[in-house]
Design a protein around this ligand. Structure first.
Ligand SMILES: [Zn+2]
Length: 416
């Protein structure tokens, strides 16, 4: 078995790994580079079978529903079998409707925790793992008596740390190569940096919500289900209801999990922003609004109960919320990667908040493992070697973990 990274060897995002055995090939992730605009004309990587018929490409496995792992998959020929988590697939379909990204391709099969399946000469075993995307997997690939384990994106400090701990206590045996993400192995990173946990974010949010007399504007990605739960729990703890938009409600429903805050819950309400109302009308998908009708909240209640609400908020909603008049004494909580604040939409949002005198606090936990957790991961799996991916400082891996072998984009290397 041999492998090559097509993109991601020296950057965060755009992950794509090709694995070959006995003339058959398999792709792990087919992501979009994070530094490239979504409308850029990016060609598929040089992999036979993606654009032209070639049966030696047996499939594409997508680890989780983040664009930097699946963003190029929409360009692949429909005949190429695609595998992804079942809830992840539903979430990507909702993203396709609401955001124009997402993925509408019908998968050939779904990834399930520790349920192996075969594709040509490969045996593939997904491992459910804690990450900021719902339904995320690490992937074990076996062929020719060799084993490659790909972390996908992982962390130990979200709401599913049990999945990380399970992997540590029952790791896949005899792994020849661990292809490991190192988002937090950055140029200036220090081994002493610990991860802020989702629970700590919840507690910090409660403090901020309690100190706010008006509406709390919660700025977070609805696809970050752990954060959705955090916002719900913090809202309840501070005596508020959580107001989701239709996208947030759709993603929560797409998880298929009764334990995730749903539109039907007593303390969850649904606000329909103008942009989403337009989308529903244009698509004719009125079942989307019908499903949440009894739970909807309108302008008058947003105004009257503003101090009792935590409302999901985004740049596209600024004008209508100002017009409704529900923002007196409001406070914003930024709960995404702070780097987005320097981008045009972040700058626009900051200017809006400044103009209305609305303060903002940042409460955010990384979607990625801190270095000590990566070290525990490597120690538990004890691989023959570690190949870095998804890092802006891959050359720093040897400072933190043993057995590192650096391989650039496009370079084939043997597994084992
Ligand atoms: Zn990710």
């Amino acid at each position: 078995m041999r492998a090559r990274i097509h993109r991601g060897a020296h950057e965060i995002g755009g992950n794509c790994i090709e694995v070959e055995s006995a003339g058959s090939r398999l792709l792990l992730d087919l992501g979009w580079p994070l530094d490239l605009p979504l409308d850029a004309d990016l060609p598929l990587p040089d992999v036979a079978g993606l654009a032209d018929a070639d049966p030696s490409l047996v499939g594409v496995v997508i680890t989780h529903p983040h664009l930097d792992h699946y963003g190029l998959a929409r360009k692949v020929r429909a005949a190429v079998p695609l595998y992804v988590g079942e809830a992840a697939h539903r979430i990507m379909r909702e993203a396709a409707f609401f955001t124009g990204t997402g993925l509408t391709v019908e998968p050939a099969g779904f990834l399930r925790h520790r349920e192996p399946f075969t594709l040509g000469p490969f045996t593939i075993t997904p491992w459910l793992i804690d990450h900021s995307a719902f339904d995320s997997y690490s992937i074990l690939v076996e062929a020719d008596g060799r084993r490659l384990f790909y972390t996908g994106d992982v962390r130990a400090h979200g709401r599913k740390p049990g999945t990380f701990l399970e992997l540590l206590s029952e790791p896949p045996a005899n792994v020849d190569v661990l292809v490991m993400e190192g988002t937090n192995i950055r140029p200036g990173a220090d081994v002493g940096e610990r991860a802020v946990t989702e629970t700590e974010i919840e507690n910090a949010c409660v403090e901020t919500f309690d100190a706010t007399s008006g509406m709390v504007l919660a700025i977070f990605s609805p696809q970050n289900i752990d954060r959705l739960v955090t916002m719900y729990r913090a809202a309840i703890r501070s005596g508020r209801d959580l107001v989701l938009d239709l996208y947030g409600a759709a993603v929560a429903a797409a998880t298929g999990r009764e334990t995730i805050p749903q539109a039907s819950w007593e303390r969850v309400r649904i606000y329909l922003p103008n942009s989403q109302r337009t989308k529903v009308i244009q698509s004719g998908e009125f079942h989307r609004t019908d499903a949440v009708r009894p739970r909807r909240i309108y302008a008058e209640e947003l105004r009257e109960r503003s101090g009792k609400l935590v409302t999901i908020f985004r740049t596209s909603m600024t004008r209508e919320m100002e017009k409704i008049g529900c923002l007196a004494d409001a406070h914003a909580v930024w709960s995404m990667w702070p780097g987005y604040l320097q981008e045009p939409s972040g700058e626009k949002l900051k200017a809006f908040l400044d103009r209305l005198g609305i303060g903002m606090t940042i409460h955010h936990a990384s979607g990625h493992a801190a270095i000590p957790d990566l070290q525990r991961f490597v120690a538990a799996v004890a691989p023959g070697k570690v190949v870095p991916i998804h890092s802006s400082a891959a050359d720093r891996f040897p400072e933190f973990v043993p057995g590192v072998e650096l391989h650039g984009d496009g370079e084939w290397w043997n597994v084992g």
